[in-house]
Design a protein around this ligand. Sequence first.
Ligand code: ING
Length: 325
Amino acid sequence: MTSAGQSRTVTIGAAQLGPIGRDESREAVVVRLITLLREGAEAGCDLVVFPELALTTFFPRWFTDDIAGHDHYYETSMPSPATQPLFDEAKKLGVGFALGYAELTEDGRRFNTTVLVERDGSEVAKFRKVHIPGHEDDEPWRPFQHLERRYFEESSEGFGVWRAFGGIFGMATCNDRRWPETYREMGLQGVEMILIGYNTPIHYAPDPGQNALQGFHNHLCMQAGAYQNGTWVVGVAKGGTEEGVESLAQSAIIAPSGQIVAQAVTTGDELITAVADLDWCNHYKETLFDFARYRRPELYQRITSQKGVVAPPPESLAPNGGESS
Ligand code: ING
C-alpha cells in the first residue's frame, strides 16, 4: 500500500483452494487457509481472497431429505472457534482477507456468505449471495446435484460497496458473476475492486455442451464486468476434483481494462498475486464509461421492471398468406 498522494495500490492475493473432502475438519482446512495467508503476507499482500464456501466441501452436490441434514456444514458464528486462528493470524500479519462460508443465522436462515476483514482485524462487511443457481428438489437424473436453491436463501440485501484498503471494494459470489447487473450495481457506486469466490462444476447437467466452455465463460463474464465498469475483479476458485466432481479452477486477477494480470495454473491450493493500481480504474471510469455523461437509464427501464422475457406477439399472417403488401 503506498502513502497518500501517490497512486493507490493494493497488493492483492487470490488464494485458490483445491478440493475439500466431505469429512475434512474445519481445523484441517483452516491450516490450509493460514498457509496461503502466510504466503500472501510473504508476498506483501494487503488482502488475500479465499473462495466461496471455503471451509467445507461443496455440500449442495448431495440431497438430504431433511433440510437440516447439512447443518453441520454451516457456521453459526464468524469467527467461530475453528476459524478464530485464521482471524488471529491475519491480524498478527496485518493482512486483510475475504472468506466464503455457509451461514446459519440465529433465526434459522441459510445464506451463502462472504466476510471481508481489514488488516487490523476489523470486519468491513458481510455479503450474502444474491443469485442462487441450481434447483430446489432432488433430481436423480443428474450425476450430482446442484441444490443451492434448497440450502440457501436468495439474499435481498443487494450489492453494497465499502471504503477499505484505500479504495472502494465490493463482493459477489459465484453465479452472481454471470449477471451483468451484479457489476453495474457496484459500478454505479464507484467500485474499484470486486471480490468473487466460486465453486463451478465443469459438468453442467442441463446443457453438457457448455462443459468445454466453463473456463471461457468464467473469464468472459468477469473480464466483461471489469472492463464495462472500470473495476478490478478477483475471481477465486475452489477447484479440482472434489468428492468425484471436477470443478473449474483458473482463478484470476483482472484489471479494469479487462486484461487478466494473474491466473492460477493448478487445480489445487495456489496463491496468485498482483499489485493493483486502483487509480487505473479512472482510465475507464472517466472516459469510455463515464456513466454520468453517457448512460441512458431512461431507456433501460426493462432491466429493473421486468424479470423474465416478454417477446413480441406472434407474427399474424396477412390475408394473402403473409406476403407483405
Ligand atoms: N456455481 C455455478 C456458477 O454459476 C453453475 C453454478 C454450475 C453454473 C455449473 C454453470 C455450470 O458458477 C455456483 N456455486 O454458483
